[in-house]
Design a protein around this ligand. Sequence first.
Ligand code: ZN
Length: 125
Amino acid sequence: MNKQKSSAQNAKYPDIRRDLERQRAAILNDVGEVLTHRDDLAAFPDVSDQASAEVDQNFSMRIRDRERKLLKKINEALDQMNAGTYGICERCSGDIPYKRLKARPVTTLCIECKTLQEQEEQARG
Ligand SMILES: [Zn+2]
């Protein structure tokens, strides 16, 4: 059941897809290391290390939160590639320039719309 879907869109950004997949693998690898590290801590409970262990845990939780969000964006971008909607600005439906996608593969806005969005956010405070 491996129906290959090879649309023109799918082949449009092969190197960006590769970048995204590499980034995703790196994050999954990092998260795995954090989890392994925490297993180590649990295996050697030491009261004197409790405070620093908590700091470590908060830190790794913050990292994981950020990575989880990025991971979600990467997965969404890959989904969009599969659906043939990748590289289309979600706000004005215009094409996002390749250069921008290459620099920031998880972006969903063209530069104009991103600028507008930032101005709106600043205006809201
Ligand atoms: Zn736009």
